[in-house]
Design a protein around this ligand. Structure first.
Ligand code: COA
Ligand code: MG
Length: 297
């Protein structure tokens, strides 16, 4: 099934880890990076490794991802050595500068999968591709980089703002400022160019369910396939937001039926509207998503 919600859990929080599986997130991201203070990182690494070992592949209720520290940090290799042998479903790579970083992480995983007796290539990679100023310029290169572990692309606005000395990433109306709209769109396009999941960034105001629902609806209309959650209350809203509604599903079926009835025609009329192949593709995509979520895991 596709992954709609990915809930962050600070890796040093025994309490949050203990509850993590009860929120119905499609994936958990056990964090070793910025939600964990430097002094707590060694402890978090051990906790997260133990969490994974207690939940072997095949006995997981959610996909289990780990966000490691950035590749150029002193912690990254220690993070990987501790967690990769416990077979996470994937590694989230923060502050990725481009496809070369994902390739480098892939080589580390090649070796660690051998150590852990894990099927080669099974640990996937989700890089955060807009956190350093060079990264947006390389977004178009993911599609041709030959990265079989690449599972999706996601973006973030906080670290980029910090990296470029911006005092805000918002415009005066409260939406994303131009730079962040731009890198968001590039991430969306780059993910589809590479044929991987396009994952929308987090919604900071975790008490605002209505705002989150509207933002998820907008993101899905634009082509994002899932979203990061930072609080348990966001999970159900995100899951609903990235599941086609009954109305959308019925509409998609009508479009597919109209094409089927037209016997291979490239364009048909429905309710006084012209439909051609892009409409058919979109309807097929909607139906596939609806069917995937009707039979979870
Ligand atoms: N995972 C698991 N449990 C969580 C959680 C999370 N991400 N966020 C909150 N909870 C739990 C809390 O422990 C609390 O449990 P309790 O009712 O048993 O005390 C309950 O859900 C309600 O939490 P609440 O009081 O509303 O929030 P908070 O003030 O405790 O925490 C955050 C707010 C933002 C610190 C917290 O949601 C969090 O840690 N989010 C993830 C942050 C993160 O990983 N960021 C990295 C990516 S940017
Ligand atoms: Mg960050």
């Amino acid at each position: 099934m596709t992954v709609r919600s990915l809930l962050f859990i600070p890796g040093d929080s025994e309490k949050k880890l203990a509850k993590a599986e009860s929120f119905a997130a499609d994936a958990l991201i056990l964090d070793l990076e910025d939600s964990v203070a430097p002094a707590a990182k060694p402890d978090a690494r051990e906790r997260v490794a133990a969490y994974l070992k207690d939940r072997p592949v095949g006995r997981r209720t959610a996909k289990l991802w780990v966000r490691i520290n950035p590749l150029e940090s002193p912690q990254a290799l220690a993070d990987l050595a501790a967690v990769a042998v416990a077979a996470p479903d994937g590694i989230m790579l923060p502050k990725a500068a481009g496809p070369a970083d994902v390739a480098r992480l892939g080589h580390f995983l090649d070796a660690l999968e051998q150590v852990g007796d894990i099927p080669p290539g099974s640990i996937r990679i989700l890089p955060i591709v807009t956190e350093v100023p060079t990264a947006p310029f390389r977004l178009g290169d993911y599609a041709e980089a030959g990265l079989p572990r690449l599972w999706g692309l996601t973006w973030g606005a906080e670290d980029l703002a910090a990296a470029i000395g911006a005092s805000t990433n918002l415009d005066p109306a409260g939406g994303w400022a131009f730079t962040y709209q731009m890198v968001r769109s590039l991430t969306l396009l780059a993910a589809h160019a590479a044929g991987v999941q396009a994952i929308e960034t987090l919604y900071v105001d975790f008490r605002d369910s209505e705002g989150l629902a509207a933002s998820c609806a907008a993101a899905r209309r634009e082509g994002f396939t899932g979203r990061i959650a930072i609080h348990p209350a966001q999970v159900a809203v995100i899951n609903a937001g990235f599941t086609p509604s009954a109305v959308e599903t019925a509409e998609a079926r009508r479009v597919i039926d109209a094409f089927a009835a037209a016997g291979g025609a490239g364009t048909v009329g429905l309710d006084g509207r012209m439909l051609d192949i892009p409409h058919l593709k979109q309807a097929q995509r909607t139906l596939a998503a609806a069917e995937a979520h009707a039979h979870p895991l």
